[in-house]
Design a protein around this ligand. Structure first.
Ligand code: AP5
Length: 213
C-alpha cells in the first residue's frame, strides 16, 4: 500500500504516519526528517536545506525529488510506504506519478489531515522534537514521561528552529500557495480522503483505519 499524508504544517501528518507505519508494517518516509538528520550530521545537503527550512520556505524541488526517489527505491519500500511531507508541490507530485507509472504502479490513498490555521500555531509552539530519533511530543497533549527527554532514545527534546511563531506563519502561507493545490490534484485522481485532524489523535487514527481497512 502506498500512502501520502497531506495537510498543513503541524496538522499531525507525522503523528499519524508513524501510527500507520506501525499498524500496517510500512516504512515511514518523511522528507523533513531526512533533511533534519542531514542538518544534524552537518552534510552538504543539510546545509543547503537549512537555508530554506529556517525561513519556512520549501527546499527546491530538484534536491527534494532526488532524495525521495532514492529513498523509495530502497528494498524496504518495495511493498509500499507512508510518505509524510512529500509531495509538497504539483511538480513533485508529477515526478512521483511518473516514477510509479514506469513501474506500473500508483498511489493508493492521499490522506488529508484537515486542521484550520488557527489551531496550528498553538500546536507548533507546544511541539517538542527529538532530533536523534525523530519522535515528536506535545507539552500538553503528548508529554514525554520525563520533561525535556525523549522516551524512545533518551536524547534532549528541542523546539524546532522552524516552529517559532514567525516561521510558522510563513510555512502556513507557503502551504496554502504551493501545497494545497495537491488536494485538487489527488481528488481528480480519485484517491483523496479527508479526516478531521482537530480530533484527539487516537480518533484521527480510527478514521484513517476505516479508510485503509
Ligand atoms: P516537515 O518536517 O515535513 O514539516 P511540516 O509539513 O511543516 O510538518 P510538521 O512536521 O511541522 O507537522 P506534522 O503535520 O507532521 O505534525 P506533527 O505530527 O508533528 O518539513 C519541514 C521543512 O522541511 C519544510 O518547511 C520544508 O522547508 C522542508 N521540506 C520537507 N519536505 C519537503 C518537500 N517535499 N519539498 C520541499 N521542502 C520540504 O504534529 C504537530 C504537533 O501537534 C505535535 O506536537 C503533535 O504531538 C501534536 N498533535 C498531533 N496530532 C494531534 C492531535 N490530533 N491533537 C492534538 N495535538 C496533536
Amino acid at each position: 500500500m502506498k500512502i501520502i499524508m497531506l495537510g498543513a504544517p503541524g496538522a499531525g501528518k507525522g503523528t499519524q504516519a508513524k501510527m500507520i507505519a506501525k499498524e500496517y508494517g510500512l516504512p515511514h518516509v518523511s522528507t523533513g526528517d531526512i533533511f533534519r538528520a542531514n542538518i544534524k550530521n552537518g552534510t552538504q545537503l543539510g546545509m543547503e536545506a537549512k537555508k530554506y527550512m529556517d525561513q519556512g520556505l520549501l527546499v527546491p524541488d530538484e534536491l527534494t525529488v532526488r532524495i525521495l526517489l532514492d529513498r523509495v527505491s530502497q528494498a524496504d519500500c518495495a511493498n509500499g510506504y507512508v510518505l509524510d511531507g512529500f509531495p509538497r508541490t504539483i511538480p513533485q507530485a508529477e515526478v512521483l506519478e511518473e516514477a510509479l507509472n514506469k513501474l506500473g504502479d500508483r498511489i493508493d490513498y492521499a490522506i488529508d489531515v484537515d486542521v484550520p490555521d488557527e489551531n496550528i500555531i498553538k500546536r507548533m509552539s507546544g511541539r517538542r522534537a527529538c532530533l536523534t530519533c525523530g519522535a515528536t511530543y506535545h507539552i500538553e497533549h503528548i508529554p514525554p514521561k520525563k520533561e525535556g527527554i525523549c522516551d524512545v532514545c533518551g536524547s534532549k527534546l528541542v523546539l524546532r528552529d522552524d516552529d517559532k511563531a514567525e516561521t510558522v506563519k510563513n510555512r502556513l502561507e507557503v502551504y496554502h500557495k504551493q501545497t494545497q493545490p495537491l488536494i485538487d490534484f489527488y481528488t481528480r485522481k480519485g484517491v483523496l480522503r479527508t479526516v478531521d485532524g482537530t480530533l484527539p489523535m487516537d480518533e484521527v487514527f480510527q478514521a484513517i483505519r476505516k479508510i485503509l481497512d
